[in-house]
Design a protein around this ligand. Structure first.
Ligand code: DGJ
Length: 529
């Protein structure tokens, strides 16, 4: 989804806490954390109330501050527009919007009580938000000659909380009428998906009401229609001013419960209404799930729902924790992850400036991603990237590289001391006991790149079965010793994307397989084919 001067860019970033892009002090802490993680991007809000304190009067100080801090630290920037909506509410709108309740209408619940969200059918609100976004983007464009800003998030987790739809008069009139023309066109073009099935299941008519078309889900689908059109219009206007990647983030519905407006904001681009959002907000390049789930199943389900032909997977918010440190590698391999950010980056360090212990594994995962970045950009979606993740009770993995099979041994499960040998700095228990994780890239022609923690790879060339099963090849210890390496080295990619070697591994250091640990950087090996 990201692009730097026409080239793919795998963004690894930290999003600052909601109120942290207002002062130098807060931002400094966020930058410190980002630097400790060795990330390449900072994501920071631009608050509407601060940017347009009086209607038509703009203050871009927040943008200037973030840009200065990013440039001082060699970081890219993703700006988040906290405009009409932030987490299903409208707390970030300026005072002049909050005060004029006639001009800027608020969504109401079923008993007529106002919610904390402006209405998605409020055309005056949309016009005002759109003008502000145009000004903001025009300013960003004028300041972005060096390409520091790589993307713009339009609103934040939009939708309605406390009600499945706006029951106010203007919205109610549209809801009670038959489906509008553009909605009919959309439905008639659909061929599959959840909305399609619901609609067909309810008869598939177009000259019908929202209720008749979608039954129980009518309110949510109606809200999504209103939100997608509102935000789609803002993005379209914004793109005319400055054509940079734009995305919408989602408070997803893959939770324990699934009640719109209660468990997640109704009308946001949840998996139920993704087709609709892609259609009505076509200028949004990517619809992105915020993934805070620790369990692998839900994490992967969400990835699988949002990675589509027409939608690359980018995770704009996640936790900097042990689980994410494992799951993200599978997201790279299976779902072509194009970037990942974690939320509340400035909370990842303590008051002494030390990275919190609970973020350590995530730091290692970031290190792996960073060291592999040019490879991820090159091989994304090619099937050449392999995730290594040690699941519960797993002692090894078997990978098929085409020309080779690969046996991954997790160091914490190897019992043979001789076979565990790494090097003079990495043989003690601390290095060996971590849960294995990382990535392997097979570039072809016997060339491998590996990074991560706690595993080693032993290759088995797929020649003939007699040779493979001879004692020289069959026994893991002998096989590890009999690899036909042209080279095994540790190193990194430089700014131009060239591999720079720091150390060549030979003898004992390569005889027991290709091993990784996060502080050795990237391991590069070429094996005879
Ligand atoms: C998701 C929101 O998008 C963030 O701004 C923040 O409020 C987090 N939730 C808090 O967990």
């Amino acid at each position: 989804m990201f692009d730097r001067g026409g080239k793919k860019f795998f963004s690894i970033g930290g999003q600052v806490n909601n109120s942290s892009s207002q002062s130098e002090e807060c931002l400094e802490r966020a930058v410190q954390a980002i630097t400790k993680f060795e990330m390449n991007t900072i994501a920071a809000p631009i608050c509407w109330y601060q940017t347009e304190p009086e209607e038509g009067v703009f203050d871009f100080g927040q943008i200037d501050l973030v840009l200065r801090k990013a440039r001082e630290n060699g970081l890219k920037v993703v700006f988040l527009w906290f405009g009409t909506w932030k987490n299903g509410a409208s707390h970030y709108v300026p005072g002049w919007v909050k005060e004029d309740k006639k001009r800027f209408i608020w969504a109401q619940n079923a008993v007529g009580a106002p919610t904390r969200s402006l209405s998605p059918v409020g055309m005056e609100t949309k016009a005002a938000d759109k003008k502000a976004v145009e000004k903001v983007l025009s300013y960003i464009k004028s300041q972005n000659g060096d390409g520091t800003v790589i993307a713009f998030q339009v609103e934040n987790e939009p939708g309605l909380l406390g009600t499945p739809r706006d029951y106010g008069q203007e919205s109610d009139t549209v809801f009670r009428a038959h489906l509008p023309e553009d909605m009919r066109e959309f439905l008639q073009r659909l061929e599959e998906g959840e909305i399609f099935s619901l609609w067909k299941g309810a008869g598939g008519g177009v000259d019908v009401s929202w209720k008749e078309a979608f039954g129980l889900y009518a309110e949510e689908i109606f809200s999504a229609y209103c939100f997608a059109k509102y935000i789609g219009d803002i993005a379209a206007a914004g793109k005319k001013v400055y054509d940079i990647p734009m995305y919408v983030n989602v408070w997803v519905r893959e939770t324990g419960n699934r009640i719109p407006g209660i468990d997640y904001p109704s009308g946001g681009a949840t998996s139920l209404v993704l087709d609709l959002w892609k259609y009505f907000a076509a200028h949004i390049d990517c619809i992105c799930p915020d993934i805070y789930f620790s369990d692998r199943d839900t994490y992967q389900t969400v990835c699988s729902l949002y990675q589509r032909q027409d939608n690359p997977l980018y995770i704009p918010e996640s936790h900097a924790d042990d689980q994410n440190a494992l799951h993200l590698f599978e997201a790279v391999e299976r779902y072509g992850l194009t970037g990942i950010h974690c939320f509340a980056i400035d909370s990842a360090i303590d008051n002494e400036g030390n990275l919190r212990a609970e973020c350590e594994q995530f730091r290692h995962a970031v290190k792996t991603l960073s060291s592999m970045r040019p490879l991820l950009e090159k091989y994304q979606g090619s099937g050449r990237i392999y995730a290594v993740v040690q699941q519960e009770c797993m002692d090894s993995m078997f990978l098929d590289f085409g020309d080779f099979w690969g046996r991954v041994y997790f160091l914490n499960s190897i019992t043979d001391e001789a076979y565990i040998h790494l090097d003079n700095c990495h043989d003690d228990a601390a290095h060996v006991q971590v849960r294995g994780k990382g990535l392997i890239v097979y570039a072809g022609n016997g060339e491998f790149y590996l990074a991560g923690d706690g595993f080693k790879l032993v290759l088995i060339k797929k020649d003939n079965m007699e040779y493979i099963t001879s004692s020289l090849r069959g026994f893991k210890y002998l096989n590890a010793r009999n690899q036909e390496y042209k080279i095994v080295e540790e190193g990194r990619f430089d700014e131009e994307g060239e591999f720079v070697s720091n150390k060549v591994r030979c003898g004992d250091e390569s005889d027991m397989g290709l091993w990784v640990y996060h502080d050795v950087g990237l391991v590069h090996a070429v094996v005879e084919l």
